[in-house]
Design a protein around this ligand. Structure first.
Ligand SMILES: Cc1cc2nc3c(=O)[nH]c(=O)nc-3n(C[C@H](O)[C@H](O)[C@H](O)COP(=O)(O)OP(=O)(O)OC[C@H]3O[C@@H](n4cnc5c(N)ncnc54)[C@H](O)[C@@H]3O)c2cc1C
Length: 470
């Protein structure tokens, strides 16, 4: 079924059929007669791993704001994912959370995260999208560059090349025309090179790299597991403790275990090294929990998790009718779990802007949208890169006075969340993007963070763990 009503535009192309591309395509289907996603991978019929999204081996959490938007774009989708085994987890009640200041209290807040493999989430969205009549996928096809008007002022489509069974590009390059091209081809997007080939300047790029790496493995929980929790998170506490770990539920009653570390503390991908890393985490409870769990997969690594922002909003000259979104625009250190939710927020921004432009046509769409998307990512960027400044080996950012003050204040907030349920809920709401970061500065919270009672650090040892009902 098409969602299209009174559609003034003919054809939109989306480069890349991952989360950002799928969500953009859903929104475009309301504004274009036809939407084509061009994706280099063969897209599996079932929820299976594919090479174009190597991050799918690692824990992916869909934040509350992301769930809201996905539910809005695809009514019933979240329930469908749950029916396929995704696990709803009350963040403040069902998760053991050792933050840099200590264990957080357990209490029901109703703030739930959806835990499932990245593969299942993407598959669920893709299935729903494929039911929309005016959306199609051109898979196993590489986009190789842009087509433009003669004066190069306007993008008019893309050059594509089909792939062979073996995955290599083959055959003659073909042309695919469109009124609007969206690039959602991820961190390794070739858009800067494609713009340069047309004679434009590439966008300036900010990279903040804390040299973080992931290593992950799927486990079967022990048959006699009686822990009264669904998820377990040991947050890294840089600079002293740059190592973290997650045991998160996924479909099929399994656990996906991800370990995270920076620089020399990057988690190894050999079995012995991975297990030793687990034993080195800030709480022995993590390793004890996994002792009797059965590994079901190899250990997979992911090594390039920097923050990377290509500033298309700053370009003085660029061709019109081209919009860059998702990780191709701004990719974050994934430890903050923001990527899919930001892709969803960007898709909503795209939809609202196209509605605004309905009467006057698409001219100027690039400038308008890149500016709006730049504003959207600026907040999460500051948060992620500001926190990354805590790592000793971070590159691309200076630890200025404002950041030091922010760290000092956030340390107070972290300490407060270990014994103040209201502050804990609020902090979680900010992380899940349902409340703005400014709410952490509300006088009510500020007062308690600065002058409230301090919890004894002795309460953060085994006695506290016992109290947490683990
Ligand atoms: C280790 C890790 C953990 C993460 N954890 C979380 C989390 O907990 N929560 C969360 O919200 N986010 C998380 N993220 C981020 C999240 O995965 C991404 O932000 C999200 O998937 C959006 O990415 P994207 O669609 O922009 O790009 P990608 O997912 O990178 O997809 C790009 C797509 O484009 C295709 N493509 C590339 N080039 C071409 C081309 N030339 N022609 C045709 N197709 C092409 C690729 O095959 C791929 O399908 C994590 C990321 C990593 C690395």
């Amino acid at each position: 079924m098409s969602n299209a009503t009174n559609i003034p535009n003919q054809h939109a192309i989306v480069i890349g059929g991952s989360m950002a591309g799928l969500l953009a395509a859903r929104v475009l289907s309301d504004h274009f007669a036809r939407v084509t996603i061009v994706e280099r991978d063969r897209l599996p019929i079932a929820p299976e791993f594919r090479h174009g999204t190597p991050q799918a081996r690692h824990v992916h959490v869909l934040m509350q704001q992301g769930q809201r938007i996905l539910g809005q774009l695809f009514p019933g989708l979240i329930q469908e994912l749950e029916a396929h085994g995704a696990v709803y987890t009350d963040v403040t009640n069902d998760m053991l959370w050792l933050n840099p200041a200590g264990w957080t209290p357990r209490h029901v807040s109703g703030l739930e995260m959806l835990c499932a493999s990245r593969t299942l989430i993407e598959w669920g969205v893709r299935q729903r999208l494929m039911n929309i009549q005016n959306v199609s996928v051109c898979s196993e096809t590489d986009v190789q560059g842009l087509l433009t008007s003669e004066d190069k002022a306007m993008v008019t489509g893309v050059q594509i090349q089909p792939r062979s069974q073996a995955g290599a590009a083959k055959g003659a390059t073909q042309m695919m025309h469109a009124d609007l091209v969206i690039d959602t081809s991820g961190r390794n997007s070739k858009m800067p090179q494609w713009l340069t080939a047309l004679g434009y300047q590439p966008p300036p790029e900010s990279i903040v790299n804390a040299h973080l790496g992931y290593a992950s493995r799927v486990y079967e929980p022990p048959t006699d597991f009686h822990g009264q929790w669904k998820a377990f998170y040991i947050q890294s506490a840089p600079p002293d403790h740059p190592r973290g770990g997650l045991i998160f539920p996924m479909e099929g009653g399994k656990w996906l275990v991800s370990t995270i570390g920076s620089g020399a503390s990057k988690p190894p991908t050999d079995e012995a090294g991975f297990e030793a890393f687990i034993r080195s985490l800030r709480s022995p409870l993590f390793a004890q929990t996994l002792q009797k769990a059965k590994p079901l997969s190899p250990v997979y690594g992911f090594g390039s998790a920097s923050n990377q922002w290509r500033h298309y909003e700053r370009l003085a000259e660029r061709p019109d009718r081209l919009v860059i979104m998702g990780d191709a625009l701004c990719a974050f250190n994934p430890v903050y779990g923001q990527g899919m939710t930001i892709a969803a927020l960007e898709a909503m921004k795209l939809g609202a802007s196209l509605t605004e432009m309905q009467q006057r046509g698409l001219t100027g769409v690039t400038r308008m949208l890149q500016r709006k998307l730049g504003k959207l990512v600026a907040g999460p960027w500051s948060m992620a890169t500001g926190e990354d400044c805590r790592y000793l080996n971070v590159e691309g950012v200076k630890l200025g006075r404002t950041t030091r003050i922010m760290h000092w204040y956030m340390d107070r907030i972290m300490a407060l969340t270990t014994h103040d349920e209201e502050a804990h809920t609020l902090f979680t709401q900010v992380i899940h993007m349902v409340k703005p970061p400014t709410s952490l500065f509300h006088p009510h919270i500020l007062w308690r963070a600065l002058w409230g009672r301090r919890v004894s650090t002795q309460m953060q040892g085994p006695r506290r763990e016992a109290m947490l009902n683990v």
